[in-house]
Design a protein around this ligand. Sequence first.
Ligand code: CP
Ligand code: NVA
Length: 305
Amino acid sequence: MTDIRHFLDIDVLPSGTLNDILTLGDSEKAGKAPFGDKPLAGKTLALIFEKPSTRTRVSFEVGMRQLGGDVVVLDADSSQLGRGETIADTARVLSRFVDAIMIRTTDESKLLEMAKYATVPVINGLTDQSHPCQIMADLMTIKEHKGRLDGLKFAWVGDGNNVSASFIHASSKFGFSMDMACPAGYRPNQGMIETANVDGGKVRMTDLDSALAGADVVVTDCWVSMGDEDYDARMEALAPYQINAKTMAQAKDDAIFMHCLPAHRNEEVTDEVIDGPQSVVFDEAENRLHAQKGVLLYCFNGLPS
Ligand code: CP
Ligand code: NVA
């Protein structure tokens, strides 16, 4: 066991800790600064990107600077990771220079290897299997628009991908239910759903009409994630799952539409929905900054007593 405060995945953190991190993010957004003015002065975060990013990179860089700290950004192509230096050696070296490491990578095993060998906190900035920082921002956004999470019905529509997995993890921690409509071949791992449900989650696979009926929150994501190669097969299988004005109208009248972005407009969602009055996608993007400031404060400083 280690007492390092990593932020690896939502399913491995207690709901109390996750709620406290969200509260820290809310406080930062409200300008209340629970740890004072520049609590991370003198601290450095390494940001490792083995995949592209706009929101994750900018929100972590801006968030660290607002908290008084600094960042070092490494891309796979311009670091020795791209030439085969192991994750384990990279973790041990970076731990001598920086105070925390965020990594966006391919397989989750690489994230876990980083955490195993680092002697500083490691933050998951997306893997093929999960995207917990995104879901913290999404939960903050839903609370802002709906006033609560407990008892809400979410509809996940489309590809059962890394973002959907972190929503599945969150269902067992925050009391919402999630109906998932995904075509055969693109459904999330059934074992992961069963594990979440044993832990208190309320997730089920269903058809599109049932998922949307009575939904408070409608969520989708791109049909081809970074690293996916079966573009044509995905387009064909996922086409019936587009969120457009007709499908959005099947949810509650006051349902909100969410998408982690980047969107592939007029594939998984039409312009009229993503630019329409029910869309909260840019609040969601902004909240990456605030929610992650909560994550950073937790990893560097712990939770306020
Ligand atoms: N949503 C998200 O993680 O966006 P980026 O890929 O731009 O970081
Ligand atoms: N599912 C997408 C999320 C991008 C933020 C991907 O992994 O490419």
